[in-house]
Design a protein around this ligand. Structure first.
Ligand SMILES: Cc1ncc(C[n+]2csc(CCOP(=O)(O)OP(=O)(O)O)c2C)c(N)n1
Ligand SMILES: [Mg+2]
Length: 347
């Protein structure tokens, strides 16, 4: 990789971190409704993985998706507008935090049902194989998802069909507040071995290690060698979502993992050590990232809410008018407003 590519990766990780820190503030100010799952600590995975793929390779992820959308090149403006539920968001304000999608960028989202996206990812991979597009599908998931039925169905079909897919587990070692040892009967790689699938464990706090592992897996898929399984060991620095006070994890454990923060680590071990950047350059990058996020917030704030007239759009393949759907009973009442941020569930 050349210097500019390395600096780009650093900036992308920092952009995700700053974007999410500001998102948490916007959530507290009730600018963002619904759920908000932050990616702090896991940035090296999305940035490393995306850097190893072609722009038209397919990516499918779970609800912890802001970092993936930004790493894939969605603008901070569009992602923030989506979090705000506004018309200029990646999904027109309809999806919100957990359903960021950008079809142009082959970024299929953003799924809230744990493990629900895995069979969809296998479908994308089999389609690419059938149509001979040469595209690889990358499907990321949490460690908790690896206990669910669709995980096993997806690995089975992927192996049986020799599908060009990479299953990337973002193993932050917890499903909500439940640790891996408590939620899973066997070690992670044994699950891949159950389907006789090529597997590797990778340091998810090291952006270059993730990039190299995904490169290897993508090359295998393109050579027709079928699916790969990567267990990227990582840690999230905050609670499961904004609704989680994070009382179940040990404070010392959190502090120890924070010492391995992938962003300063990459700056120290690569950028500064190889004299690619100075401390002053790092400060300048931070400033430009902070400005970009500030601009995204201002943009999202000004963006309009989706019009009520479009409430039933994108539901049917062949659009029908509101009247056709159900006459006056199905039409939205004129008084309907934005859902209040304070009426959220937990999540
Ligand atoms: C089928 C299903 N069951 C339960 C939930 C509630 N739920 C949301 S996230 C989550 C934990 C998932 O943990 P993991 O897969 O490790 O992902 P992480 O949040 O750590 O990224 C649970 C149980 C859900 N969304 N879907
Ligand atoms: Mg997890």
């Amino acid at each position: 990789m050349d210097k500019d590519e390395l600096i780009y990766m650093y900036r992308q990780m920092l952009l995700i971190r700053v974007f999410e820190e500001r998102s948490a503030e916007m959530y507290a100010k009730a600018k963002i409704a619904g759920f908000l799952h932050l990616y702090n600590g896991q940035e090296a995975i999305a940035v490393g993985a995306v850097s190893a793929l072609n722009p038209d390779d397919e990516i499918v992820v779970n609800y912890r998706d802001h970092g993936w959308a930004l790493a894939r090149g969605c603008s901070a403006r569009a992602v923030m507008a989506e979090l705000f539920g506004r018309a200029d968001g990646t999904t027109g304000g309809r999806g919100g935090s957990m359903h960021l999608v950008d079809v142009k960028r082959h970024f299929w989202g953003g799924y809230a049902i744990v493990g629900g996206h895995l069979p969809l990812a296998v479908g994308l991979a089999v389609a690419a194989q059938y149509l001979k597009t040469g595209r690889v599908t990358l499907c990321s998931m949490g460690d908790g998802s690896t206990n669910i039925g669709t995980f096993h169905a997806a690995l089975n079909w992927a192996k049986l069909w020799n599908a060009p897919i990479i299953f990337l587990v973002e193993n932050n070692q917890y499903a909500m507040g439940t640790s891996y040892d408590v939620h899973s009967a066997v070690p992670m790689l044994q699950k891949a071995a159950g389907y006789n699938m090529y597997a590797e464990e990778v340091d998810g706090m090291d952006v270059m290690a993730v990039r190299e592992a995904v490169c290897r897996a993508a090359e295998r898929a393109r050579r027709g060698e079928g699916p790969s399984f990567l267990n990227a060991v990582t840690y999230r620095f905050r609670g499961h979502s904004m609704a989680d006070p994070d009382v179940q994890r040990d404070k010392q454990e959190i502090a120890a993992w924070r010492q391995r923060d992938p962003i300063p680590r990459f700056a120290d071990e690569v950028l500064l050590k190889q004299n690619l950047l100075t401390e002053a350059d790092l400060q300048a990058i931070r400033k430009s990232v902070e400005e970009e996020v500030e601009d995204a917030i201002a943009f999202a704030d000004k963006s309009p809410e989706p019009s009520l007239d479009t409430l039933y759009d994108y539901i049917y393949m062949q659009p029908v008018s509101n009247m056709q759907i159900g006459g006056s009973l199905m039409r939205p009442p004129k008084t309907i407003g934005r859902l209040s941020a304070t009426s959220n569930g937990r999540g």
